[in-house]
Design a protein around this ligand. Sequence first.
Ligand code: SAM
Length: 479
Amino acid sequence: MKNRNVKDPPGSGLQTHIQGALFSTDVESEVPTNDSTSDGIELISFRELVPEINDTGYLTHAIFAYPAKFIPQIVRYAITTYTKEGDWIVDPFSGSGTVGVEAYLCKRNAFLLDLNLLLNHIMPLKIYSGKERLREAELHKLLVSMRESKNQFIPSWSNVAYWYPPETLEVLSHYWGFINSTDDSVYSTIVKSALLKVSKRFSYTEDRTPKLARSKRKLKAIEELLKENWREQLDEMIHNHSLKTLRCLNEFVMYTQQHQSEVVPEVQWHGGVDSSYFAVPRECDALITSPPYLQAQEYIRSTKMELFWLGHTEEEIRELSRLEIPYRKADRIIQTETLDKVKGMLTRDDLQKRLDSYFCHTVNALENSMNQLKPNAAACIFVGNPRIDGIMVELWRILMEYFTERGFVFEKVYEDRIQTRKLFGARKNKNPDGMKSEFLLILRKETTCQTSAQHRESAFGDKESPSRVPRKSPDNDAS
Ligand SMILES: C[S@@+](CC[C@H](N)C(=O)[O-])C[C@H]1O[C@@H](n2cnc3c(N)ncnc32)[C@H](O)[C@@H]1O
């Protein structure tokens, strides 16, 4: 491991000069770094630090695809370094629940929140608490019944016919009709996860881009497929995906039976929750999270095909999209030294508003969880250094500046160079190089700091029940 002084942050200074020669990056627009912190940045590779995980999709991690997922090594490192068995970990941006799975495997409890409703569908499979191995014969029986079923389910999606040829839509709606009306069991949930994959594959949207995108290439591919034995291919894909998931769950059962003690960890999840306005109802021993990206990611839009097939309505999805960070109004302006410098360099009004919105709601959500941390607990926040109009935004430094003014102490920041994932590198924008590094910021709650639960207890005599944070959302009155 190497130590580097924060005066020379990654992605700025020397490194940017080299990039500048290749991609003519606007070096003038670099934000000068803050000299006030004397601790170093620790340059590490989480993959190397956690050699016991040599496959990022091990056990149930790869059952669902999700944009900007944590690699489990980062979460494992934070859990083993900053928590102990039996602790409660909170993640206000839990996405596909990587923190929940790792917490469960490491015998910690977890409280997960995310705006995306998909979390509620993902978690029952990713954390399967059954003790018996699942039977392949049972799965086969369900698949046979599904193929013979006459039920039908058409998603409440006005545009659905735009995304499917009539032939595949007809078959998929019969399969979903069967599975949505079957009693909930682990087997039907396994089949649902396979149907989600197949419903994307047999649509006009590109398989590999997260957002819905009807491309000429995919239209042609589907046209060709329909000339072949597409129905057999579709059934085979459902069968193979279902079987693969069942086997992952069996490995999960074997692993937990070997490693778990008497006390089974508790993982609670709440998809469809706006963390910016949600009061975390319990005290926690650590926060481990990765906030949304500053660049257009649009998690709800990226997963809307899945949400429609799972029975969610257009109205529900529209409501959630309006609450997504950073596509909503700020209700307060966050100020820190570094953030003010970035804003001073931005000439575009819309980008200033984007930054205001991003920091307002990201900080609200972090604060709602961090208020519930016990004294001395660690907050582990994983972020990149995105650019906005060519200007680098050091997210970890801005968050560090904000929270060290409010009862937290800066402990360290780890830098992990991205090895295999290409985030935004392919875009034709002012950041042709994409992000090179990601950072794990570690803050510690000061020992004198009260949690908001303790605060409420002393003020009201007893604990308040979970409630929304009493801050008025400006989004509610946006017309
Ligand atoms: C970087 S992703 C988290 C991925 C996660 N760490 C994982 O491993 O799957 C950020 C998440 O923030 C969520 N998000 C965006 N706006 C939100 C809000 N207002 N409240 C709660 N979650 C929100 C997105 O739905 C997305 O899942």
